[in-house]
Design a protein. Structure first.
Length: 285
């Protein structure tokens, strides 16, 4: 719904109007301190509005992605705190607004920055990743993890849009442990649809086919194809934390049980249990 008093030049839906195309997109974020900060920042149309709760670690990770941030934004928040996110459509021909707006809003109009932040704050998996991944450990575990994955795909002749990385790779994405191999989920039976089975330097690339998904029910396998059960990081798509957990529960091998213990410790912020599980994992063959 458009803000009252908005000029008629503002488009009212994400489609053509009167023969003209809609303007560029805009992402607006503000930490919520009281109800008065929730008004629209610019005349426009809300095509998505979402209030999310950020953990202290998730908040700090988001700030690093947004730097510089508005002067009034807190550098740390000791407890979970809400963040209001609005995706707007600007008027056709409207100049990009200033990054900082009144009442503490942060406006993201640069397409690359907007999409990168939207991946974190506008998807169910993204919110979970933002709140629960051990970001500092993830950075230490594999500072060039995305580049490594892209390199593997390039050598296999596959684009990132064709690939859904699986539970094994997700363990490293969340900073839990190093991936033993890079898994790509597919429901296509028979030969691999893309990644080459030939030797490649570093961590091997493994395609998990329909036989592995046989551990899932039909509904669970179908959800793997649903973007709501994915998490996107740096333009790469991974199966979500919840789906990875379901996959491991159904498969149920002993390494999966250890991974499930790590995932449970991460969600409950039991760092000492996570470290214990990591020690056990390193001792096992």
């Amino acid at each position: 719904m458009a803000q009252s008093g908005a000029p008629s030049a503002v488009v009212t839906a994400p489609r053509e109007r009167d023969g003209t195309q809609e303007g560029p997109g805009l992402l607006a974020l503000i930490p919520m301190e009281d109800a008065w900060n929730s008004e629209m920042v610019l005349p426009g149309v809300v095509i998505e509005r979402q209030e999310m709760s950020l953990s202290p670690g998730g908040w700090q990770y988001l700030l690093r992605c947004l730097d510089p941030v508005p002067p009034g934004w807190p550098r740390s928040r000791p407890h979970k705190a809400p963040l209001l996110v609005k995706r707007l459509v600007m008027a056709v021909g409207m100049r990009p607004p200033a990054r900082l707006a009144q009442k503490g809003w942060l406006l993201l109009s640069c397409p690359r920055e907007r999409e990168r932040i939207a991946e974190l704050v506008l998807t169910p998996g993204g919110r979970h990743f933002l709140n629960h991944a051990l970001h500092a450990r993830r950075a230490k575990l594999a500072p060039d993890f995305s580049a490594e994955l892209r390199g593997l795909l390039t050598r296999a002749g596959v684009t990132p849009q064709e690939v859904l990385f699986g539970p094994e790779t997700l363990m490293q994405l969340y900073g839990l442990r190093k991936a033993r191999y890079i898994d790509v989920l597919t429901r296509v039976p028979g030969p691999s649809p893309g990644p080459s089975p030939g030797p490649s330097p570093g961590v091997p690339l493994r395609v998990i086919g329909s036989d592995e998904l046989g551990h899932f029910s039909t509904d669970s396998a179908r959800r793997l194809e649903d973007a709501r059960h994915h998490v996107v990081s740096d333009g790469l798509t991974f199966v979500s934390f919840g789906m990875a957990r379901a996959f491991k529960r159904h498969r149920g091998v002993w390494r999966d049980r250890l991974d499930l213990s790590m995932m449970r410790s991460l969600e409950r912020r039991h760092r000492w249990r996570l470290h214990l599980a990591l020690l056990v994992d390193r001792m096992l063959p």
